[in-house]
Write a new protein. Structure first.
Length: 368
């Protein structure tokens, strides 16, 4: 599949100029069809044939194989969640926090990466250190000082505010040297850039498929390094978390599946597998090359208003506006979908492989 074929498969693109994939991607027909076909089979045929549980569990494991392969992980090390925020919370609430424990996060995080620690500060007297940054960049010496004595570092792999790619492997090494575990929010990376969780070396990686992968809502993924799991205090439990739900004494699954508690619809994950395979058919090289060209065009037109890096790092392009919310509303009236940001107070356009040079020009004309 090439970029033009992908574009033709996304119905929403015939109705607007969509530049907001960093919030939620518009799904292709085949991705939605994969979910609906599964739902129909599960509801209409499975009860009279294989059985709904067999069909559901087989579908989940098939999707897990695809998702794990995409992340560079083993299938047992990937749990399905509802979202990135869900995955972050699962980790946050499985650590045996003690009063005075320290969590470090950057000032670049989405609320999904800030709110769990605010809550822990209230409920467990956890100290939250916020690592201040400049223009979406992290100073490694500042990071070393911040993680000294910390239990956990939370960082994004790609910042939602500036579109900058962070040096995850280097940050992980610094945190591990200080004795801290690392949880990475990778939701802005998957679908844009290659992600290899083992190369990163992080203890946990939370992400989801509804943004740049163009999947549907509800398709979250959580990678957990096997050694990192041993340091958790698991409290949530259900029949899908244990090896044998009929055993007298329960035993959690050895891998990340221990985070999966009970009955859930496989449909979002069937769609996720289809979305991954669709994006792989387009090719990450194609995606990066095309997005680089389109964002270069946009950045040149924005000139001094640009807040994101001048050179290509991602499809996220943040720029100044006198009134960001009013600007978003005004562009929306012209059929161009972007979003405002709280920090920095700005407007963000998300450019994906399905966008076109003509759409970039239309966006620039509307901004002007």
């Amino acid at each position: 599949m090439d970029a033009a074929e992908l574009r033709a498969a996304i119905p929403a693109l015939s109705r607007c100029t969509y530049c907001n994939t960093g919030a939620s991607g518009p799904s292709p027909r085949n991705v939605v069809r994969a979910a609906t076909d599964f739902l129909e089979h599960h509801a209409f045929e499975a009860p009279a044939t294989e059985g709904p549980y067999t069909v559901a569990f087989d579908a989940l494991e098939a999707a897990r194989e695809v998702a794990a392969g995409y992340l560079g992980a083993r299938p047992p090390d990937v749990a399905f969640t509802r979202s990135t925020a869900d995955g972050i919370n699962l980790v946050a609430n499985a650590i045996d926090w003690q009063p005075g424990d320290v969590v470090v996060r950057t000032d670049l995080e989405h609320p999904a990466g800030t709110l769990p620690w605010k809550r822990l500060a209230d409920t467990h007297d956890v100290e939250v250190r916020v690592l201040e940054t400049e223009a979406g960049r992290i100073d490694m010496d500042d990071l070393k000082a911040a993680v000294d004595g910390a239990r956990l570092l939370l960082t994004s792999s790609l910042t939602w505010s500036h579109g900058t790619r962070l040096p995850v492997s280097e940050m992980v090494d610094i945190a591990h040297d200080a004795g801290a575990q690392v949880l990475v929010d990778a939701v802005q990376s998957v679908g844009q850039h290659p992600v290899d969780v083992r190369e990163w070396g992080a203890d946990f990686v939370a992400t989801a498929g509804h943004k740049w992968l163009l999947g549907v809502w509800g398709s979250g993924m959580l990678y957990a390094d096997p050694e990192a799991l041993a340091r958790l205090r698991q409290t949530r439990i259900g029949y899908r978390s244990v090896r044998d739900m009929g055993a007298t004494e329960y035993a959690y699954h050895e891998g990340a599946r221990r985070f999966e508690v009970g009955t859930t619809s496989p449909a979002p994950y069937v769609a996720l597998a289809e979305a991954i395979e669709t994006m792989e058919s387009v090719g990450l090289d194609t995606i990066e090359s095309r997005v680089a060209g389109l964002t270069d065009r946009l950045k040149v037109g924005l000139g001094d208003r640009l807040l994101s890096p001048v050179g290509y790092e991602s499809g996220l392009v943040t720029f100044e506006a006198d009134d960001p919310e009013a600007t978003v509303e005004r562009l929306g009236e012209r059929g161009i979908v972007v979003r405002s940001l709280p920090h920095p107070a700005a407007v963000r356009a998300s450019i994906h492989v399905f966008n076109t040079p003509a759409e970039i020009d239309a966006l620039l004309d509307a901004i002007a």
